[in-house]
Design a protein. Sequence first.
Length: 175
Amino acid sequence: ELEGRQEEELECFSGIFVGDRVVTDKKDIFEKHFYGSFSGTVTLSLIEALYLLESGLLEVFSGKKKLDFNEMWEASLGVEQNLERRYSVYKDLKKRKFVVKTGFKFGSDFRLYEEVKSVEELPHSTYLVSIADKPLPMIEVARAVRLAQNVRKKMIFAFSDGEGNRYVCIERIRV
């Protein structure tokens, strides 16, 4: 069973929608829970912001207007590729108690941490996740698994079976 160990107790906070991200000064969501990235302020990805908004933990403003989830979703559709599937997988992995971050630099959709107690003592991520809703050529599977192994991670492919998300973990072994 695919499960992390991250426990989250967050207080409601607010952020400002800025086109392709949401910015907030709530530093502890980054420091304690590893949401967003920090550079003076915390910058949340649209998927992180949507998740926190839907969870009732984030209020998003565009100017003086408070956005509800549907308004934020509509604004995100033109910016975030494959938003519906990526958000579905993100939300499912959060429900499974993982810390979910972008996997962009690894050529995947997400990278997963089983638990983050603080960014000061940030462990290495454990898994890379690629959303694969169409048949993948073996060469692509092999490439992804090899890359994951080279960075000491396990490769997970996420599929939709019409009822929810299913995950397949593929590892390369030496014999």
